[in-house]
Design a protein. Structure first.
Length: 255
């Protein structure tokens, strides 16, 4: 690939141009919302008369925002690790299964990606509402893990398909058993896909704003739910600060 790019500078220029376009596309919303987050007014507005960082401080100091932020971070960390572990175990089983079973497992794990989040949220509320699990951290982590499972599964399957077969075969030919090969060979070789999966699933959970409207009321309030309610009732500029925080995290992950 490097030789091809050196032989064809025009191709390298096109790739750089596309990358800059994608980066600009990610930064444009941030540039629009950022001024609102720095406004000293008490209502969300795009006109800036005085700059302040008080709205960012409110995310940590104001109990109305600090609680949802802590809930979102706790859920994101839990969902990131839990979904990555489940996705890797499922992908490893599918990787070793026969072709027909692998196709079936792929379909099962990708189903959550094709169901509208509104349908998922409404169904889960009707299902778990009768057991008193609405507005609990358990249901929040469970629902977000379900939504993020296709991401973790496909990343783990990609990591296994790229080098897993050759490394597993070589290790077992040298006398290693299956468990030793899995722990000392396969998992260390997949550290990049696993790290990306954990970060991507955690950030997806942190940013999820549809299903949480159905499964949380007042206790298990996440930051997107608090932003939604604030836009409905008081138009606090802290919404813009929270949006900048979320978009910055996504931009860093994409870069």
């Amino acid at each position: 690939m490097k030789k091809l790019l050196l032989k064809k500078p025009s191709l390298l220029f096109i790739i750089i141009l596309v990358a800059c376009g994608v980066l600009g596309f990610l930064l444009i919303p941030l540039a629009i919302v950022l001024p609102s987050s720095l406004s000293a007014g008490s209502i969300l507005s795009f006109s800036i008369k005085k700059l302040t960082l008080s709205h960012y401080a409110a995310l940590l100091l104001d109990a109305q925002w600090r609680g949802p932020l802590i809930w979102s971070i706790y859920a994101a960390i839990s969902v990131g690790f839990l979904t990555t572990i489940i996705g890797f175990c499922s992908a490893y089983y599918a990787f070793r299964a026969i072709a027909k079973m692998r196709s079936f497992l792929n379909i099962i794990h990708l189903i959550p990606a094709f169901i509208p989040p509104i349908v998922v949220g409404l169904s889960l509320r009707q299902l778990y509402g009768q057991y008193g699990l609405i507005d609990t951290l358990f249901l929040l982590i469970l629902c977000h893990s379900l939504l993020c499972l296709p991401i973790a599964y496909m990343l783990a399957l990609w990591g296994l398909s790229s080098e897993g077969a050759n490394q597993e075969r070589i290790a077992m030919q040298l006398g290693a058993n299956r468990w030793y090969t899995l722990i000392r060979v396969i998992i260390p070789s997949m550290r990049i896909p696993l790290i990306v999966s954990t970060a991507l699933c955690g950030l997806t959970s942190f940013d999820e704003s549809v299903v949480v409207l159905f499964i949380s009321d007042w206790r298990a309030r996440t930051l997107p739910r608090q932003m939604f309610d604030s836009l409905r009732y008081d138009l606090s500029p802290t919404v813009a600060a929270a949006a900048v925080l979320t978009m910055t995290a996504w931009t860093i992950l994409c870069i």
